[in-house]
Design a protein. Structure first.
Length: 210
């Protein structure tokens, strides 16, 4: 067995047990920037968005997401009719852990309304109780797997870090979400929004992964 040292140039291929394996590549597709936006939507075939069988995995990254209203949640939903409706049935799990700046309050939650879904068409929570303070926001990522499949359900996994408001605020809240769109129809659009108010600022970027 050979020992492999990885560096910035070596991530394309690595020798493991004598075999060279090429790693997948990530392709930039579209960046949306919020400016008091009620929603940010990625619709296949619209505005240079690709969300079809070109890739088997899609990655959304969200950076410095700032809400217009305090204690709101950041979430998403999917569409099977190119954005006419965002109400695909989902089952999911959710948990988060929180710790405040004063070091006197912690929280662990294994499920909250809108986070742990059971055959729900409502929005899936990704970030919980994001603060509206000028220097506070939420960031994270969402993986969507094989959304164009007409055979299987479509799985998603997300991890989000936010500065939250609530018990012992301000606090760091780290949320993990995973679930599936329970449909064999292709997911051809994804929409992000706040549970109330607008997305005041922030970027969401879509990549395709080979």
């Amino acid at each position: 067995m050979s020992i492999v040292t990885l560096n910035n140039r070596a991530l394309r291929s690595a020798t493991v047990v004598g075999t060279t394996t090429a790693l997948g590549s990530m392709t930039f597709i579209k960046k949306l920037t919020a400016s008091s936006s009620s929603t940010l939507s990625f619709v296949d075939g619209s505005s240079s968005v690709v969300l079809d069988d070109t890739y088997k995995e899609y990655l959304f990254t969200f950076k410095n997401i700032h809400p217009s209203e305090a204690s709101t949640t950041f979430g998403f939903n999917g569409s099977i009719d190119t954005g006419s409706n965002y109400n695909v049935t989902k089952t999911s799990t959710y948990f988060h852990a929180a710790h405040n700046e004063a070091d006197n309050a912690t929280e662990v939650a294994l499920g909250i309304s809108g986070g742990r879904l059971a055959q729900s068409t409502g929005d899936q929570i990704l970030g919980y109780n994001i603060s509206t303070a000028n220097d506070e926001c939420g960031s994270g990522y969402l993986h969507l797997f094989n959304p164009s499949s007409t055979t299987f359900v479509k799985h998603y996994i997300s991890n989000t870090s936010v500065v939250g408001v609530g018990t012992g605020d301000p606090y760091e809240l780290n949320a993990y979400t995973a679930g599936y769109f329970n449909t064999t129809s292709a997911i051809d659009a994804v929409q992000f929004k706040m549970s109330s108010g607008n997305i005041d600022a922030g970027d969401i970027v879509l990549y395709g992964i080979n």
